[in-house]
Design a protein around this ligand. Sequence first.
Ligand code: GCV
Length: 834
Amino acid sequence: MRLYRNLGLLLLAPLLAQAEDGSQGWLRYAPITGATGYANLPSQVVVLGNTPTDQAAANELQRGLASMLGRTFTVSHETHADASAIVIANLAVLNKAFTVTGDKLPPESYTLGEKTVGKTHRYLVIGADARGELYGVFHLLALVGAGQPLPTKPTTESPSSPIRWVNQWDNLDGTIERGYAGRSIFYDNGHVRNDLSRVSDYGRLLASVGINGVTVNNVNSDLRTLEPEMILEFARIADQLRPWGVRMSLSIDLSSPQVVGHLPTFDPVDPTVIAWWQSKVDEIYKAIPDFGGFVIKADSEGRVGPSQYHRTPAEAANAVARALKPHGGVVLYRGFVYNNHLDYNDLKADRARAGYDNFRALDGKFESNVVIQVKNGPIDFQVREPASPLFGALQHTSQAIEFQITQEYLGQQRHMVFLIPMWKETLDTDMRAQNRSTPVKEIVEGKSFQQPLGGFVGVANVGLDANWMHHPMAMANLYGFGRLAWNPDLTTDQILDTWTRLTWGNNPTVVSTIDELQRHSWHVYEQYTGNLGIGTLTNILGYHFGPGIESAERNGWGQWFRADANGIGMDRTVATGTGYIGQYPPELAKVYEDVNTCPDDLLLFMHHVPYTHVLHDGKTVVQYVYDAHYEGAATAQTYSTRWQTLKGLVDDDRYNETLKLFTYQAGHAIVWRDAVTRWFQKESSIPDKQGRVGNYPDRIEAEDMTAEGYTPIEVKPWETASNSKAVVCNQPTGCTLTTTLNKPAGTYNIVVQYFDYWSGKSHFTLDLNGKPIGNWIADDTLPPARAENQPNGDTSTRITFPNITLKPGDTLTLHGIPDNTEPAPVDYIEITEK
Ligand code: GCV
């Protein structure tokens, strides 16, 4: 008889709607009733090793199986020859009785399989090492959680590559650069927190998807990082992560020998500097024996670097790497080196060129424990970018791809944007280096050019919010990053479906609804933000959240798209442009160079074209932009209604939290749609064929209403308010806007578009014929990376009052009471048919 054969009969538990705060992520281990397929799984867990990681693996298995299967599991270190058991072991402690595959497994790998001798059933989780054991346990638990069969024949899984890290951009004061889910789990007030329980929980989540390293401080590194007392504090973080097989690493500033070591120089080839790095690294390994290494951001965005001494990144990286090598540590030197003071008037200037221009000539000059950490695209985590040409150019150097899990340019975890399809597009891009198949994923795995290291780095930026990332759906990106780093050949659907089942349960309606919502969400976001490779079109000088289109132009940051009345897009061709396209291997360069073969979704990244340029689907560029924005924003409106079909099928807390975010996203998608389409219409002077842009018959502009106390102001940038104007109230007692409606009798939705600053909580009430139909507080709590106290694309917010019965002559009155420096600003009221 085989174990676990009745999976077809598995009845999935009707999930009771119980309170959940999301803190368990995908490790909820929700009960599965009728799980007859797992009935023969032995109740004794035997773990042969006795390191903290062995223990963590055994405890996790016991916890997960008990919770999902509703029976007791015990853990012990010994087994009798004839006792049935789930055996966890690794090659170092393996007793011949338990082998299923012989004694060879690649590092961090595991084999799952069944071994039955007579009446003794053994389910074996054999790791190459303790980490492999742990990964095997989590894999087994995920299979049970998703209702999938456990392998009976020996089945081995191995990670794609050795570097599978997340970076956290946490500052020692407890803030997180580009963090959108609360303060740091690591630091507060200049020190490592006393309570590090969230760090251990984080290590558990990371290990469950195979992540083996965390860089715990901002790449814009605090100059105190390498002070002796800080190293001892960081060691406490490493202690929390160690049982989960997660190595801690640090971001460092290259000036440390001078700033911390008080040397007269930090020139990387100076013998005193070399000696300083050696003794500093020795000091670190004394406190943190499994220390992972350093991430280095240098000569970029104000960070100092080797250029100060006319040294190269290779000279700098190698000085540090040589110190780490005897300890098994690595240097991840970031390829994100560029000049942010470019000259807009120089038509050859191009930020996208910088990675290749700075690193190409150094290929082969790095120590074997140096990895160049390259952002997926050549600019900076925009909604769509081509793969960085550096991937194809470094053929004698290990590389890791850097993805941004935190959604800096992608809705900041207030918009649902499932990123796995975007990352897969980069990973699957075939660079055609050496005129052969060299997809990015194989390059970073070290396969294409036989490199010793390489892998995947994700900027995660989880915070103290109970659910880690603020938006319940955003956790799919952290989960998916780990799964892809382990195996970049997994499909989007494999990743998504398992995440949904583990996070929300196996109810078929729940699974299909959530999968469907997430699956296309990147495309939808792209539709209502920046199309055709133009960049996200967010305000790059501000918070990187709402629209602010021209902020990218005419400054030194180089995120230009060079729009004028006649055309738009960066000419990056070799023939007439910046020459960037020539950085790709010839076969790929040929595709991008020709406007006719360049994929439409990268057109404006590669070419400058007239607004009337016809795309492959027959639409002009400008009409495509209009249509995409209306389509994308319309799809975003459906998220909350589709979500509402799950009421009662998922727990109320996460249900309500998600509904609130979808409602917000629906409103902000319209802010995006209107800003971008109006901007294109004004810039190109070409009207929307469907007459939608700039034509809003259902709107009543706030400045056109009868005001008591409210005064009109011009909004900047102009495209972020309807009619470019808003009204503000500067009377502490409040102000009023009144209008008489002349809608035919019927039922309508009433929308109020207002501006919600981070500096105040204005009160609003909306009355119909003197009777209240709604009141609310403008209490947005987006993390104040910088105080935005203005009406603009970041702060524009909408609230909808559905199903209001109206007749001609009704009077609508909006009262606003300002708070602190927020003057209860209003853009418009819109009355739409139900
Ligand atoms: C940590 C972008 C972000 C910065 C970030 C930088 C980087 O420019 O806006 O916040 O700095 O990338 O990746 O170093």
